[in-house]
Design a protein around this ligand. Structure first.
Ligand SMILES: Nc1ncnc2c1ncn2[C@@H]1O[C@H](COP(=O)(O)OP(=O)(O)OP(=O)(O)O)[C@@H](O)[C@H]1O
Length: 640
């Protein structure tokens, strides 16, 4: 307690002191009130701040929630995307794998095909080679067979009895079962003709004649042509062929060569094809054979001539108006000793109908005349020649005609007779120019010509029987003379005389080079000059030789085939082993590939799981961290 200082009024001191105390109390009250107010304000401020923070936190919380949701949806979208991607990549991978496997399989199949194609090519080559050899062998055998049968074969055909054969005029042709006694000739078998010779006042005598083949009156045109057809094969193999019909008037020569003829009805305008004769059938067969050859390797020219009254007429010659008319031609002997008809018309034909059309035109000009024996008796010899030009390339020349004799003969022909180009042919006919251009002779190319001569001779005739007079009598005399000239030539050749009288008649001169009349071809006349026994022995020897050769070749061929078979078997075995090993290797690779794929997929799956695990852990930790932060904030707010 403070005491008033000496000299001061104690009452005023105490009053002052009291005032001071009162003031202090007032101040203290004021301060207390202010502190309260401040505390209240502080609390209000804190409350406000808290409220503000709470709202911000709530907002933030909401935003975070939204963000989380977005994140979640994003995450699920990304998951879906990645799943999708994985699925797609898997599909693609499978597709790629399948494609690779497919390519591998295709490659294998391709390899197999290549091997097969190679095998096929090889066997095709072998077959082609064998076919070529067989073809050559076929040719050789065919032509040896023709030679063995005889280069010159004489066949005899007996025609049926016809109304004009019967003196009474009754039709007898329908009665096929006539007695033998009524027939003059009879086919005893297919090689023997029996002829009944009866003369008034003499006992009738039966004579037999042998031929290579005898056709009875019942045998058809088909049967006759069946024996002719093989000659056409020989023709294309390089042999000249001549088919000649010889016989008395009315005996059926024209019928056999051309088919039935009647007035106004031309050679081939008959309805029945079975009635066609040798000439149309030969043309059809020849063009059929040519069609089997490589195109352009053969071409055919035709000439048609008649020998009438010892004159040669070109039946295909045309006048300046293009009309066909018979023009006289001459036959000459060339320096090489061959017969040739200068300026003779040769027309190129490409098929049988073109050929027949030409022959028909020629036949319109052929001279016929009725006689007592035959109403449409041919008064001339008809010679239809088909010249076949074959293009042979130098290297193939030997192989085309394996038969040495033929090859030599053809070499001779190709170099002697046809040394010039096609365009330089001696016969100046317009049709020659139409020969194929590409067939111009070159150094390596040779042209070989073979000829098919189809001859319908005029019939030998007994003037007394045919009752001809005047011009017809003159014709008969020419016909008979030319036929006896033909017989002389054949006789001279058979007897191997030094001189063959070809020039005694235009007919023999014209046919000088035909296989029947040629004495240069050793093939044609051997058989006739030898005795039958010699011929048979030689044939036997040759057949034996051929048989042995055939056996030897067969043995060689079989050995070759066996070796080839073994070789092929070994190759096949090797190939199969190779394939098996390849198969195993590929299987191994495939399995390895699958294993690796499986491992890779497992690895991917595990990686996926691990990453998912990590992601979830990461999220969990983030979640925890954020919770921790939130709680910290709340705590600090509370503390504040
Ligand atoms: N095998 C046959 N079958 C049926 N009829 C035939 C036969 N052979 C010939 N003829 C017929 O006999 C007749 C005389 O035949 P073709 O005209 O062929 O005789 P040709 O020998 O040519 O006579 P020519 O020498 O006088 O010309 C013709 O009417 C013909 O149709």
């Amino acid at each position: 307690m403070m005491w008033p200082r000496r000299g001061l009024d104690p009452g005023s001191v105490w009053a002052q002191r009291l005032r001071q105390l009162e003031q202090r109390l007032r101040y203290q009250g004021l301060a207390g009130r202010s502190t309260n107010e401040i505390l209240q304000l502080y609390a209000a401020h804190g409350q406000q701040m808290k409220l503000q923070r709470i709202s911000v936190v709530t907002q933030l919380h909401g935003a975070i929630k939204r963000l989380k949701q977005d994140l979640k949806s994003l995450h699920s979208f990304a998951l879906e995307l990645s799943k999708d991607f994985q699925h797609q990549s898997k599909t693609c991978l499978y597709q790629v794998l399948a494609a690779v496997q497919g390519i591998q399989l295709q490659n294998e199949a391709m390899q197999k095909f290549q091997i097969k194609a190679f095998d096929l090519e090889q066997s095709l080559q072998e077959v082609t080679e064998r076919f070529e050899k067989e073809k050559q062998k076929r040719k050789a055998l065919h032509n040896s067979l023709i030679e063995l049968r005889g280069n010159i074969r004489v066949h005899c055909r007996i025609r049926p009895l016809l109304p004009f054969d019967d003196a009474t005029g009754h039709s007898v042709s329908q009665d096929r079962q006539r007695n033998f006694s009524e027939k003059a000739a009879y086919a005893a078998d297919d090689e023997t003709v029996l002829v009944k010779c009866s003369r008034p006042g003499h006992a009738s005598v039966n004579k037999t004649f042998q031929f290579e083949r005898v056709y009875s009156d019942l045998e058809s045109q088909d049967a006759v042509f069946a024996d002719v057809a093989p000659l056409l094969t020989s023709l294309l193999d390089g042999y000249n062929v001549c088919i000649m019909a010889y016989g008395q008037t009315g005996s059926g020569k024209t019928y056999t060569m051309l088919g039935p003829q009647s007035e106004g009805n031309l050679a081939f305008s008959i309805e029945e094809e079975s009635e066609l004769g040798i000439i149309p059938r030969a043309a059809q067969e020849m063009f059929r054979l040519i069609s089997e050859k490589p195109p352009g390797s053969y071409w055919v020219e035709v000439s048609v001539v008649e020998v009438y009254n010892n004159e040669i007429f070109d039946l295909l010659a045309k006048d300046s108006y293009g009309k066909v008319f018979g023009v006289k031609r001459d036959v000459v002997t060339t320096r090489e000793g061959k017969s040739d008809v200068p300026l003779l018309t040769h027309v190129t034909v490409e098929n049988a109908s073109e050929f027949l059309h030409l022959v028909e035109k020629g036949l319109q000009l052929r001279v016929t005349h009725p006689t007592l024996v035959h109403a449409h008796s041919s008064r001339s010899h008809l010679v239809v020649t088909l010249t076949i030009t074959t293009v042979v390339f130098g290297d193939n020349f030997g192989t085309l005609w394996e038969n040495e004799q033929t090859s030599q003969r053809l070499h001779k022909e190709s170099s002697c007779t046809f040394p010039q180009k096609v365009g330089e042919s001696k016969s100046a006919s317009s049709s020659r120019a139409s020969s194929p251009v590409q067939l111009e002779a070159t150094e390596k190319m040779k042209q070989v010509k073979t000829r098919l001569q189809l001859v319908d001779l005029a019939g030998s005739e007994c003037v007394g029987l045919s009752g001809v007079t005047g011009a017809a009598l003159r014709e008969t005399s020419f016909i008979n003379r030319s036929l006896s000239a033909l017989a002389d030539v054949l006789g001279a050749i058979a007897e191997q005389r030094a001189h063959i009288p070809y020039r005694n008649s235009k007919l023999t001169h014209l046919l000088q080079d035909s296989p029947i009349l040629t004495n240069q071809s050793s093939l044609s006349w051997h058989c006739k000059a030898e005795t039958y026994q010699q011929w048979e022995r030689r044939g036997e020897e040759r057949r034996g030789e051929e048989r042995r050769g055939e056996e030897r070749r067969g043995e060689e061929r079989r050995g070759e085939e066996r070796r080839g078979e073994e070789r092929r078997g070994e190759e096949r075995e090797e190939r199969r082993g190779e394939e098996r090993r390849g198969e195993e290797r590929r299987g191994e690779e495939r399995r390895g590939e699958e294993r690796r794929g499986e491992e890779r997929r497992g690895e991917e799956r595990r990686g996926e799981e691990r990453r998912g695990e990590e992601r979830r852990g990461e999220e969990r930790r983030g979640e925890e961290r954020r919770g921790e932060e939130r709680r910290g904030e709340e705590r600090s707010l509370k503390a504040f």
